[in-house]
Write a protein that binds this ligand. Structure first.
Ligand SMILES: Nc1ccn([C@@H]2O[C@@H]3COP(=O)(O)O[C@H]3[C@H]2O)c(=O)n1
Ligand SMILES: [Zn+2]
Ligand SMILES: [Zn+2]
Length: 241
């Protein structure tokens, strides 16, 4: 399974695009989150929307869903296709009512299903998105009373959505066989709604060696060599996980 980050930046980063990714396996290309900067970043990578087989959403923040309106419009009016949208069932209503409805509604198109082939996902339950690509949604803490889901792919690759530090969960995942963790990282403390670098540096060495940092601020270059045993995911680079 390959992963390419379309962006590795925090919500307010300006040197890096929104933390969105492409997971590619067996000819299937899954977009993980679709933020504000995604349409342009994807274009700069030489890709267009019809080349994406499905999109998966972690939570309702602009750097994760802000590009969905353009995705929906392009697919509907330029390509006459309805993209597959994998999304936790708890996020379906808020995505439409709070994010997309205003821009997309034009009678008779007035619901999420008019624009996307919606595939609701249940947390803590494995599902095969495509042959060879199994996912489990893990609800992780981010903003109070606002659901956010991290992703476990093929039981071995953990991709954090925006989440607060949870060393116990990471320990459990590694003990269960997870070999690679991509984790959002806020460089400055306190993290508040994200794991801070300071907190991530408290992880035991064996977990740090499996951990790669993403969703970072523009100051990341100043932190090179200061991330313990954790590596930094590079924007646009392709990795085998
Ligand atoms: N209680 C909050 C809520 C949000 N934020 C900032 O807003 C950003 C929204 O996207 P994000 O990637 O979740 O990161 C959030 C914080 O930077 C924050 O700092 N405190
Ligand atoms: Zn974010
Ligand atoms: Zn967020």
């Amino acid at each position: 399974m390959h992963i390419r980050m379309v962006g590795t930046g925090s919500a307010f980063a300006k040197k890096y695009d929104n933390n969105n990714a492409l997971i590619e396996t067996n000819g299937f290309r899954l977009l993980v989150d679709c933020g504000i900067t995604l349409p342009k970043a994807l274009h700069q990578m030489g890709l267009s929307f019809p080349e994406i087989d499905a999109v998966l959403i972690s939570h309702i923040h602009g750097d994760h869903v802000g590009g969905l309106e353009e995705f929906a419009f392009q697919m509907m009016f330029k390509y006459s296709r309805k993209p597959v949208l994998f999304i936790a069932e708890t996020l379906i209503e808020p995505l439409w009512e709070h994010t997309l409805r205003g821009g997309l509604t034009q009678e008779p198109l007035n619901k999420l299903d008019d624009f996307f082939d919606v595939r609701p996902l249940e947390a803590n339950k494995e599902i095969e998105l495509h042959p060879g690509l199994i996912i489990e949604l893990v609800q992780t803490k981010h903003i109070l009373n606002k659901p956010s889901y991290s992703f476990l792919f093929n039981r071995r690759f953990f991709y954090s959505a925006d989440m607060r530090f949870d060393g116990g969960l990471l320990r459990k995942l590694v003990d269960q066989g997870v070999s690679t963790i991509y984790h959002d990282c806020q460089l400055e403390s306190p993290g508040v709604v994200h794991a801070s670098l300071e907190e991530l540096l408290t992880l035991p060495e064996d977990i740090q060696r499996k951990t790669w940092l993403m969703h970072y601020g523009d100051a990341i270059e100043q932190y090179e060599g200061r991330t313990g045993h954790m590596r930094i995911v590079e924007q646009y680079a392709s990795y085998e996980v």
